[in-house]
Design a protein around this ligand. Structure first.
Ligand SMILES: Cc1cc2nc3c(=O)[nH]c(=O)nc-3n(C[C@H](O)[C@H](O)[C@H](O)COP(=O)(O)O)c2cc1C
Ligand code: SF4
Length: 514
């Protein structure tokens, strides 16, 4: 009898030695003459347990983590092929509380299947969404996405159905679907995990988008720092092409959709959609002035859908299970689920997909288990480098678009970075301005020059030079950047700075610092 053993090929697991673990398992199995099949799955997103090895037993998959190559012999000796007891045993994977309490819709297959196997994908319900979409009119598909309440998961939270309708309504010989896989926000990795763990869901979502709006060509704009996602995506694309889920005759429908991956330019600004389109066209990643919107005049001047990986990877389940099913998750205008990413100074970092509405406190303590250092959590930054810092007094805030906006914060791509009470928030404010100065595309003055002046002003405040005057200057500068910048980089850099001035002003006091 062959036993299936799952060893993740996700970048996080690889960085912690998964390759050596897989090799050690193969060698040990040969030496013991036992028949095993090693499946290289994605990560389940329980990062503190990586590399997390799972064994398929009649009772279900049993997890062991975190496994080192040196542990492998003892795992065999403990009869782990039958789920035997071992100090690294985590019990049945699906019963681990961190996973069991999640509501995985978008990331349902991540870490479960072989990411490049069409057979695994179809056996777990894959391509049902596309099958249903092909039996619908274009307007019906767009309406289903609209009715689901799905909003863009890349940061701006714009309703996906409205964007698609705009592209559908354009008369053009060529339209495009582009996927923004630049994932530049600090502490975010849900796009990467999806692309490494279940790329076919993204490919299916993009194909549905193409059929819906009348686009025959798609591009995934992938950040160059993701070589493992690049490899997995290309393997999955080849498999989909061979099985005729992509190409001139998608699922025998007579409809065409082609898809390619393009590597990014290593700049944060290339994640902004108009810069991304410039970069896709082979030009320098620089903002385009809007209007026209990309949905009207996008890639190569043609109507273009631009959506984030998570947005597009959520479309198949909406088409398969129906808009009603999806919109029944969530709260208010934040419908569905969001794969949150917990990182920084936290005991149990990882991927947590839950319906909108759980509180930051639940996320940080029930899932995260508090800080890794054991010290009190003082602040979290939500939504990447342009997101506000939220103090502990606001940890009961619900994680949804409206609740976070109400406290002057934003959800962005769902990244939550944790800081304990040793953090120097004045330095964090400086870092926000410095980041903007480094990453600015240079097209507009408030951002290009303002961010450099911002670093200087903060340095003066920290040094105690004319503190009151410089604090006033910093407030003015933030307002100018907020109002006068051409895009979100310069326009949102004030958010972290202002949140620090509001909630952590004491860190600017020299007395508190020396
Ligand atoms: C400076 C900046 C960086 C951005 N980086 C990303 C990114 O890395 N990935 C992403 O999906 N969206 C990013 N966005 C948002 C995109 O401009 C755009 O709103 C998004 O790709 C649209 O897809 P969605 O509607 O599915 O969210 C960024 C925006 C700004 C202003
Ligand atoms: S705000 Fe910054 S990144 Fe955006 S267009 Fe202006 S200079 Fe470029």
């Amino acid at each position: 009898m062959t036993t299936d053993i799952y060893v993740p090929r996700d970048a996080s697991a690889l960085s912690l030695g998964a390759e050596a673990v897989a090799r050690a398992i193969a060698v040990e199995a040969r030496a013991r003459r036992v028949d095993v099949r090693i499946v290289r799955n994605g990560s389940r997103g329980l990062y503190w347990l990586e590399p997390m090895v799972e064994v398929a037993t009649p009772a279900g998959r049993v997890a062991y983590g975190s496994v080192k190559a040196a542990d492998v012999a003892s795992l065999f000796a403990a009869n782990f092929l039958s789920g035997g007891a071992h100090p690294l045993s985590q019990g049945l994977t699906e019963e681990i509380p961190y996973l069991k309490s999640q509501q995985r819709l978008t990331a349902a297959r991540v870490g479960v299947i072989d990411p490049t196997s069409i057979a695994d994908y179809v056996a777990s319900g894959g391509y049902q969404g596309l099958r249903k979409a092909l039996a619908m009119t274009q307007a019906e598909i767009v309406q289903a996405v609209l009715d689901s309440g799905l909003r863009g998961r890349g940061g701006a939270a714009f309703p996906t159905g409205i964007k698609w309708k705009t592209v559908l309504d354009q008369n053009a010989a060529q339209k495009y679907v582009t996927c923004n896989a630049d994932e530049g926000d600090s502490g975010t990795f849900s796009d990467r995990m999806l692309m490494e763990g279940d790329p076919l869901t993204l490919i299916e979502g993009m194909t549905i988008a193409g059929i819906a709006v009348g686009a025959t060509q798609g591009y995934i704009y992938l950040r160059v720092e993701y070589p493992h996602a690049y490899a997995t995506l290309n393997e999955a694309l080849n498999a989909a092409r061979q099985a005729r889920y992509l190409g001139p005759d998608v699922m025998g429908s007579g409809r065409k959709f082609e898809l390619e991956v393009r590597l990014g330019a290593g700049a944060y600004i290339c994640g902004e959609e108009t810069s991304m389109l410039e970069s896709l066209e082979g030009k320098r990643g620089e903002i385009r002035v809007r209007p026209p919107l990309p949905a009207i005049k996008g890639l190569f001047g043609q109507p273009t859908v631009v959506n984030n990986v998570v947005t597009l990877a959520t479309v198949p389940i909406i088409l398969d299970r129906g808009s009603e099913f999806y919109r029944n998750f969530g709260t208010g205008k934040s419908r569905g689920t969001l794969p949150l990413q917990l990182a920084g100074n936290v005991r149990r970092g990882g991927l947590i997909e839950r319906a909108f509405g759980l509180s930051l406190r639940e996320l940080l303590y029930d899932y995260g288990g508090g800080s890794a250092s054991g010290r009190p959590i003082r602040a979290v930054q939500v939504g990447g480098p342009l997101g506000a810092y939220i103090p502990a007094s606001q940890f009961d805030t619900a994680i949804d678009y409206e609740a976070l906006t109400a406290i002057g914060a934003l959800l962005g791509h769902g990244g939550v970075v944790v800081f304990d009470d040793t953090v120097d928030m004045a330095q964090m404010a400086r870092f926000a301005m410095e980041f903007c100065a480094i990453e600015s595309c240079g097209k507009c003055t408030p951002c290009r020059i303002g961010s450099i002046r911002g670093v200087e002003v903060i340095d003066r405040i920290i040094a105690g030079v004319e503190r009151e005057r410089n604090l006033g200057l910093l407030a003015d500068l933030c307002e100018t950047m907020l109002q006068g910048s051409l895009c979100g980089l310069g326009g949102m850099t004030p958010f972290p700075v202002q949140s620090i001035l509001k909630h952590f002003a004491e860190d600017f006091q020299a007395s508190a610092r020396h």
